[in-house]
Write a protein that binds this ligand. Structure first.
Ligand SMILES: [Zn+2]
Length: 308
């Protein structure tokens, strides 16, 4: 049974086959039903209060900014209407008084699952546009096409598409123990799954074995895919695995990790339960909160998932 985690489960129909139909897209921007989510400096406009929600505004409020060439992306269709994201960075329009902007990572666990997934789509795309204004091939300024899903170079005719960077994140297990690492750059006693980018010419399973060997000196055999999670910081796809460790002696790569340790299953179960209920006590060993797929991988193994 496939599990879905925060930032997964996007409810919108992405209508990728219609993005190049300029007349149709222009019609959506004239439609009073169409809704726009604005992000400023990659933070969404939200409606605050006890249960925050994304602030989907009528497209009419954004006409001027759209006409001025703000980055605009057709996210998809849902609830019978089109949903766009717009980059409102630098906009001099002040948000209404009941609208707040908050960091996506802090907001995501507090809003509906589907909304978090749409927000991941919007954030990743707006950030990609911001960082890809020039052609990687010839250096000319590029233009947005396909309702925000491509940048085209008018000089060399190259098309550049939004990127997703695959990351493997894994729990290496040996009998009743699992391997967790503590990051050099993080203070406190937070341990997590090892992780790393998939490299060119490599399968995810090969990346799992390479990363565990490089970071902790442990060799792995069988590798089992569990689940994945879009992670829009800025554009990763986290792919979660269990790996069968064949060796036990740890040698950490000091560039990557301050420490790596084998944790007994019962202790990991307690760490998962604690992380699910509240903030870290910095003096106690801990695992990431449920927002992170690392938490979910630890939870599944700690609660009895064994087949690799
Ligand atoms: Zn070019």
């Amino acid at each position: 049974m496939e599990e879905t985690y925060c930032f997964a489960g996007n409810p919108l129909d992405r209508v990728s086959e219609r993005r190049d139909d300029q007349a149709w897209v222009a019609g959506l921007l004239e439609d009073a039903e169409t809704r726009v989510l604005a992000l400023r400096d990659l933070k969404p406009f939200i409606r605050g209060g006890t249960s925050p929600a994304l602030d989907w505004q009528p497209v009419a409020l954004w006409r001027e900014r759209i006409a001025a060439g703000a980055t605009l992306i057709l996210l998809g269709l849902g609830d019978g209407r089109a949903h766009f994201a717009i980059d409102a960075s630098g906009a001099d329009v002040a948000p209404d008084i009941d609208i707040e902007m908050v960091d996506v990572r802090a907001l995501a666990p507090a809003i509906a699952t589907g909304e978090a997934a749409v927000l991941a789509e919007a954030r990743a795309l707006i950030d990609w546009h911001e960082r890809h204004r020039f052609c990687a091939h010839c250096g000319s300024p590029t233009r947005v096409g396909s309702a925000g899903w491509v940048r085209r170079c008018p000089d060399c005719r190259a098309s550049h598409f939004p990127r997703t960077d695959p990351v493997v994140i894994m729990l290496a297990v040996r009998g009743d123990h699992a391997l967790l690492g503590r990051n050099r750059r993080r203070v406190g006693a937070r341990f997590s799954c090892l992780a790393g980018f998939v490299e060119p010419g490599e399968t995810p399973e090969e990346a799992v074995r390479r990363e565990v060997r490089e970071e902790a000196g442990i060799r792995c055999g069988r590798v089992r895919y569990l689940a994945s999670q879009p992670w829009p910081f800025p554009s990763s796809l986290m792919m979660g695995f269990l790996a069968e460790a064949l060796t036990e002696d740890i040698t950490v790569d000091p560039e990557e990790l301050a420490e790596a340790r084998w944790f007994p299953r019962a202790q990991l179960r307690e760490m998962v339960a604690r992380a699910a209920t509240g903030p870290d006590d910095p003096t106690e060993v801990s695992v990431p909160p449920p927002l992170a797929i690392a938490h979910q991988i630890c939870r599944r193994w700690a609660n009895g998932l064994d087949d690799i």
